[in-house]
Design a protein around this ligand. Sequence first.
Ligand code: AMP
Ligand code: SF4
Length: 487
Amino acid sequence: MDSILIETEKLDRPQEECGVFGIYGHPQAAPLTYYGLVALQHRGQEAAGIATTDGTNMYSHKGLGLLTDVFKHGELEGLSGYAAIGHVRYSTAGANTLQNAQPITLNTHARNFAIGHNGNLVNAKWLRIRLEQEGSLFQTTTDTEVIAHLIAKAGAQDLTEAVASAVQQIQGGFSVVILGNDELIAARDPLGLRPMVLGQLGDAYVVASESCALDTIGAEFIRDIEPGEVICIDAQGLHASRFATRRARKMCTFEHVYFARPDSDVDGWNVHAVRKRLGGILAEQYPADGDIVIGVPDSSVSAAAGYAEASGLPLETGLIKNRYIARTFIQPSQELRDVGVRLKLNAVRSIVEGKRVVLIDDSIVRGTTSRRIVRLLRSAGAREVHVRISSPPYVSPCHYGIDTASEGQLIAANNTVQEICELIEADSLHFLTVDDLMAGFGFAKGDAVPFCNACFTRNYPTALIDQSLSSPHHELVHVGGATVGSL
Ligand code: AMP
Ligand code: SF4
């Protein structure tokens, strides 16, 4: 795998993949938030930030890069207080600016608050146009600032009510954490597209995108935050209420397939266990004449273990990943391309030489990485490379916060499986079907499932409101001559 090139390609993909964390009622709120965010670093490496409150003042620090880059000069010490929120961000294309780093802090006549958000809204552009017409001035290009302005404009005395009013207006995937002067508020989208959990550390309450963050700081898992739920934690304790009526859940399967950490439990399913079952299903449905099974590190290691177990083939470590390459690493020049190819991932020649390799990967999005991995294995002497993918063909962009590469860039949207096999230069290729994927969660064909599979099925669980708007310039011109309601 070509690390540097892969990372660059991924920068081309507009994404709002992020991790959020919040804690209330602990004297070490900032350091614990830092450690919680370290556990969520896989959810975003472009920017990080923490905001705290001591009940009188709010403090914040954010910057570009990994947590270790952003908090390397003792900045944590300045973040005093007993409550905090934090954020790690996976940048949107072309928008990796400090301005877009989170948490965003807002000081209005009514209140001060900080906000961090994971997910992508389907009506953010629409709302932004409305807010701008009503006089709101935007500093960033994030959906998060739209939510912040809605909270600021809500007018309610109570911050929780203001948040509830704001999240009732937004649509799409979101897990948000909001820090007030003396309260922490968390809300999860009504379909549960993005994950969020609640935990406890002594008397302190903790919220986080994934349960691995709770484990890391020694907090006890209490429960997943319900879709459509808003939770407020203050000196009186925890108050949970709903901002949306209960409806069928549509949790993101791609969190399980690729994004979440294997040691996390997301909505009751352990990510490693799901991936391992998917690998087992792959082996049963799509056997390969191979000598060894290799998973692409790190996200496909669990599925490879499941494939090996079910097929009886030996699981080998045939690809080694260098974990110390930050996304900000300088890209090698054209002449040094081959170095770049092997910087992040290298094949172990003594393992793969002369072997028929069954290569397990969790997904093929654009196909460029897959082709490079196949080539890498062949150049290390692999005799055959049979690719098995532990998810269905990724045919349609995500609008809820995972990966919004345009349809034209998605290899499976434009090619048959046989064509993809040829394009990635594999000897054979198979994907799971959506039914196979659901079987990994224990569902039978035809069952009503609590999952979003839109990137595999094109069946989106919400209207895609902003899709009917065109470029930002065009929108503004259009709005000038129309009422917002008609947009
Ligand atoms: P490609 O062959 O270029 O489509 O890349 C496929 C690889 O990218 C797989 O190894 C996946 O684990 C990984 N991948 C899938 N989705 C994403 C994403 N949203 N961001 C970064 N990497 C991803
Ligand atoms: Fe997850 Fe795919 Fe749905 Fe996006 S479209 S929320 S990636 S399942």
